[in-house]
Design a protein around this ligand. Structure first.
Ligand code: SF4
Length: 374
């Protein structure tokens, strides 16, 4: 079972039994004894809020007018990442907006690799457009990561098939371009292996086409991860709620779909457990039990320098003006963090199940994979 756990194609970003064991001890047994949060080991870095899509469930692009002039420059990032808050970072998620719109994305990656000495994995979220730049950057970043022994993965957004995806993305021709990007990246993986997957955000806009996404996954041999659309201030999508939030009458359909995925434990592996949790939360209003890497030791840095504890958090300070460590460990902010964990985590959909999270929930994952009992 352990061998299967470490070699399963959907678990390529999970590094080693040692790493999982370390996470298990640190977060399952030691952290509950410590009053203060540990230094973050994972960061989500929004390198830009600019985006070339107009997705009907995301309004991050609405900030792009002020985003370009307000984006952290390379020297600013260099200075901010020198802060002691970031000394234990191992996992970097480069996010946006569309990260490939940053002309200096490769320089940012070089900075991360040279600056963060413990770095073990880099993940990049992209919409895949424009394809040529997506493919070129994937080649350059994967080459750097391979040479440095860093695990690299790209998750490309794809929320429906064919022209229907153009309707969701708000831009004609998007689907064809995304497919072009995915095919190009599949080719470069032959020289520089990296993990390539698709992220499908479930919303009212695509609910009844999800089965087709499963067929697409099987046909194209690119794993599709399903995540639940979220409405948050920071995503500037509150007025888009109608397209995102699953209608009451459609909830049983979604629950059934998630349970169907959860039953395919050999295919979806750790994500099958995540799908059970999502189904239980929707069907029985159960509170979330799965780990969250933000609550364990994660942080978000916005493209304008604002720091957040997690995707549900308010800003806890501006790293342009104050040390990131001081923002993170400010007593008032820590009090707010505690109220966030006690108040919001229980209803927060688990949309990731990464190395840190798998480590903390290792026993539960084993139990689930062996007996189907989550
Ligand atoms: S609110 Fe959600 S993202 Fe934030 S720490 Fe809790 S579970 Fe994690």
């Amino acid at each position: 079972m352990l061998k299967a756990l470490l070699t399963h194609p959907r678990l390529k970003m999970i590094s080693s039994p040692l790493g999982l064991g370390k996470n298990l001890i640190q977060y399952r047994f030691l952290q509950p004894l410590i009053q203060r949060p540990l230094l973050p080991r994972a960061i989500c870095l929004y390198v830009t809020y600019r985006c070339n899509m107009r997705c009907r469930m995301c309004g991050i692009w609405k900030q792009q007018g002020k985003s370009l002039s307000n984006e952290l420059t390379l020297p600013e990032l260099d200075r901010i990442l020198s802060d002691r808050l970031f000394t234990k970072l191992e996992t970097i998620n480069i996010n946006g907006g569309e990260p490939n719109l940053r002309e200096d994305l490769i320089e940012i990656v070089d900075l991360l690799i040279s600056k963060l000495r413990r770095i073990k994995r880099i993940t990049l979220n992209s919409n895949g457009v424009p394809p040529h730049r997506t493919i070129e950057n994937a080649a350059r970043i994967s080459d750097r990561c391979r040479r440095q022994g860093i695990l690299f993965s790209i998750s490309v957004s794809l929320h429906d098939i064919g022209p229907r995806y153009d309707t969701i993305s708000g831009i004609k021709g998007t689907y064809e371009k995304v497919i072009q990007a995915l095919k190009g990246m599949q080719k470069i993986r032959q020289h520089n292996p990296f993990y390539l997957s698709v992220n499908c955000v479930i919303s009212n806009l695509n609910l009844h086409h999800l089965e087709e996404m499963i067929e697409w996954d099987q046909k194209n041999q690119i794993p599709v991860n399903f995540t639940l659309g979220e409405i948050r201030d920071r995503f500037h999508n509150i007025e888009m709620a109608e397209g995102i939030e699953i209608n009451e009458k459609d909830r049983p359909y979604l629950v059934e779909f998630l349970r169907k995925l959860a039953n395919k434990r050999k295919v979806y592996f750790q994500h099958a457990l995540r799908y059970v949790e999502l189904a239980d939360m929707m069907e029985f209003s159960k509170r979330r039990k799965l780990a969250c890497h933000y609550a364990m030791g994660g942080v978000i840095l916005g493209s304008e320098g604002l720091l957040y504890y997690c995707k549900s958090s308010r800003s806890i300070g501006n790293c342009r003006e104050r040390s990131a460590y001081d923002c993170y460990f400010d007593p008032n902010n820590l009090e707010y963090r505690q109220s966030l964990i006690e108040g919001k985590c229980g209803a927060c959909p688990p949309n990731t199940f990464n190395q840190m999270e798998v480590g903390r929930d290792l026993f539960r994952l084993f139990r689930f994979l062996l007996k189907g009992n989550g």
